[in-house]
Design a protein around this ligand. Structure first.
Ligand SMILES: [Zn+2]
Length: 287
């Protein structure tokens, strides 16, 4: 059964650990993440970007696939199906399609417009018991095709949006999407501490979890981060394992060309990455 991310994140905030959001791209990705969550007895959030939504043939297809897998694989840990960086229209579409959680990324709007649209979605989500993530201060790296430097959010604006009744809040603290450049300045913990002080119990979300050093992840969790998004890292481990299989010529031997064999090493690599992250975030045995 799909659940809202509210309860799992409130428990994470209180228990000083974080729940991972792992983005999905296809059946193998989804199966690998669900099985790992079950094996680790960890709550999990499946992230779907609007681009991945289109790739997987729409939100209804995804809801059907995820619900079918939860049943077929006997997944009993809490699973939230979450729209990542949704537009206003995308969030509405996912609410209608049966997602249990959505993110509305209004960070590129002026704060007044972000507040207005977020408020409308808070009301729509509350009626259905769906969790809602809002964003203040755009996160660097490539987001919707725009490459940013890793801005820091204004703590007062964070408080304003947190008070609208959203479930969780993403705030830029110098984090960026994708691979971090060699000259990256690191996370800004002063800003994170200020946001945390202003927003109290609100679970905070750290985007761009790929490549942030472990000590920074742990410090961010201690300062109120309760959800960490991982996307690129699973893509890199999948690609490396698939490359190795092909470079070793295994697709040319016997029935190695069978997609169920060809994609197996990448599948196992995603599982290993997800497990490593769940251990780092502290969500193992917190289901
Ligand atoms: Zn993000």
């Amino acid at each position: 059964m799909l659940v809202s991310a509210k309860e799992m994140l409130e428990k994470a905030k209180a228990g000083k650990y974080a729940v991972g959001q792992f983005n999905i791209n296809n059946l193998e990705w989804t199966k690998a993440i669900l099985l790992t969550a079950q094996e680790c007895n960890s709550p999990v959030i499946l992230g779907v970007s609007e681009g991945a939504g289109k790739y997987m043939c729409g939100y209804e297809t995804i809801v059907g696939m995820v619900k079918g897998m939860i049943k077929c694989l006997n997944i009993t840990v809490p699973v939230a199906l979450h729209l990542d960086h949704g537009s206003y229209e995308g969030a509405k579409a996912c609410i209608n399609a049966g997602f249990s959680s959505v993110m509305f990324d209004g960070s590129h709007y002026p704060i007044e417009e972000n507040v207005k649209k977020t408020t409308e979605l808070v009301n729509a989500c509350n009626v259905l018991g769906i969790s809602l993530e809002a964003e203040v201060g755009s996160i660097g790296g490539e987001e919707d095709g725009v490459v940013g430097a890793g801005e820091c959010a204004d703590p007062d604006e964070c408080k304003m949006v947190a008070d609208l009744g959203v479930t969780m809040l993403a705030a830029g603290i110098g984090n960026i999407h994708g691979k971090y450049p060699a000259n990256w300045a690191g996370l800004n913990f002063d800003v994170l501490a200020a946001i945390s002080a202003k927003t109290g119990d609100m679970p905070l979300v750290l985007h761009g979890g790929t490549g942030i050093p472990e000590d920074m992840i742990k410090k961010a969790i201690s300062l109120g981060v309760s959800k960490i998004n991982v996307n690129t890292e699973c893509q890199l481990s999948f690609a490396a394992a698939t490359r190795k299989y092909v470079e070793e010529g295994k697709d040319l031997s016997g029935k190695g060309f069978d997609p169920r064999k060809l994609l197996a090493p990448g599948f196992e690599a995603i599982k290993a990455t997800v497990k490593e992250k769940m251990e780092l975030f502290g969500s193992v045995n917190k289901a």
